[in-house]
Ligand binder design. Structure first.
Ligand code: AMP
Ligand code: MG
Length: 418
């Protein structure tokens, strides 16, 4: 079964609202195994809506329009679809009654134009609206269907779940398939290096494996189409195993799991705390850690230390280190990490210092050069005490370098906790 979505609304084209309805519906369609090859957005214009509907009906079995079912002048969708398909509209007495009652109950005056919402196709039916006034409509012609749904998300979502999904399931019959996806999140490996390792798997058909590049990380989305959820899951499991064999610890999480969640969880599980000393990342790591609910058990404090003086005064970085190696150096990153431990009273300290650009480069120290220091203070076991630093060179603009540095620091911390 092939479907197409047409979102109607000039405000969508102007970028004033995001098409969250289409995103919601796309997920439902994919779960049902309905093929969706096109999504169109048109403004509140009769001619252009009609053209989009006619083109969609030509190629798809089911066309779903979103928006433009309101009572006002610019709400044209239903009338336009009726004309485009040459299907008449009649008053749906039940819907009209529902609308009258809706206004009565709220003691609001009803105008005649409200009743235009109660018109339904002569070939097809109305879709009840359990949340608002505007009913939806299903137009049926030559085995094809055009489904008109209202724009307000609460009404839209209710209608999709209560009426459209069952309607599509019935249409699909026993051929109903499920499409399931799982995302493996990797970091610490470049996109091309990753692609090299999994190249052959990217060519597979079902499940498909698709790489998605993000700042400082890359995701692999595995998608399987099967007759039921269990089969799809088993197919995905098999590919996941292969990907894990190739990518090992570069895979830090699955689906919506973020790196900061993984790190906080690992810290709490081990009863450890981390303190931060952030120079070039300016608090970005602390921001990400504090996005995780319950992080206070693992995160006592961070110091954003930008000037040399503050590195000495707040973190106890020895002045001669700054003089000898410069603020952007391995020894200073290590001293910052130790200082973070002291300042936060934590088991682990992370220090980040680098050149985020665009200025600040010197010979031998280019923009993007970042040192990340790690320090673990002596606990019950003397062997746990260690301090070291790692050098990185990141590309991108200032914001990108900050984000990549924060990402690398969290990856380093995760590596230590594994
Ligand atoms: P309409 O049915 O076109 O009059 O839309 C009514 C309201 O629903 C708009 O003002 C938007 O706030 C919202 N809306 C319309 N279309 C969408 C959409 N595709 N996604 C999310 N919200 C929408
Ligand atoms: Mg509108």
């Amino acid at each position: 079964l092939q479907a197409e979505i047409i979102s109607v609304g000039t405000e969508l084209l102007l970028g004033q609202i995001l098409d969250t309805n289409a995103a919601f519906l796309s997920q439902i369609l994919s779960r049902l195994g309905v093929d969706l090859f096109h999504r169109t957005t048109v403004g509140d214009n009769e001619e252009r809506i009609a053209r989009a509907v006619r083109a969609a009906v030509d190629t798809s079995d089911v066309v779903i329009t979103i928006g433009g079912l309101g009572p006002t002048q610019d709400d044209l969708t239903k009338e336009t679809v009726a004309k485009a398909l040459d299907i008449g509209l009649v008053l749906d007495e039940e819907a009209a009654e529902w609308i009258r009652r809706f206004f009565e109950l709220r003691k609001l005056p009803m105008v005649e134009s409200n009743l235009k919402q109660a018109m339904k196709p002569v070939s097809g039916r109305a879709i009840p609206n359990s949340v608002g006034t505007a009913p939806g409509a299903i137009f049926e012609k030559d085995g094809k269907a055009v489904i008109c749904l209202p724009g307000p998300p609460s009404e839209f979502n209710a209608m999709v779940t209560e009426s459209v999904e069952p309607y599509l399931r019935e249409k699909l019959g026993p051929t109903a398939a499920v499409i399931k996806s799982r995302v493996l999140r990797t970091a610490g490996i470049g996109e091309s290096a990753m692609e090299q390792k999994v190249k052959d798997l990217l060519r597979s058909d079902n499940p498909t494996v698709a790489p998605l590049a993000k700042t400082g990380e890359a995701h692999l989305r595995i998608t399987a189409k099967a007759s039921d959820e269990e089969t799809a899951d088993a197919m995905i499991d098999e590919v996941e195993t292969k990907l894990r064999e190739r990518l090992g610890s570069h895979i830090y999480g699955v689906d919506d799991e973020t790196l900061e969640q993984v790190v906080v969880k690992a810290l709490i599980a081990r009863g450890l705390t981390v303190g931060l000393a952030e120079s070039c990342t300016g608090g970005l790591i602390a921001d990400r850690i504090t996005d995780v609910p319950g992080c206070s058990a693992a995160f006592p404090a961070a110091v954003t230390s930008y000037s040399n003086t503050s590195k000495v005064e707040l973190l106890g970085v020895p002045e001669d280190l700054l003089e000898e190696y410069g603020a952007v150096s391995g020894p200073v990153a290590e001293a910052m990490a130790k200082g973070a431990c002291r300042a936060a009273g934590s088991d682990i300290g992370i220090g980040v210092t680098g050149i985020a650009g665009p200025g600040g480069a010197t010979s031998g120290k280019p923009v993007g050069l970042v040192y990340i220091g790690f320090s673990r203070k002596q606990g019950a076991h003397p062997a746990t005490e260690r301090t070291y630093s790692q050098e990185f060179t990141f590309s991108g603009d200032r914001r990108n370098i900050k984000r990549r540095a924060a990402q690398a620091a969290l990856m380093m911390l995760r590596g230590e906790l594994l």
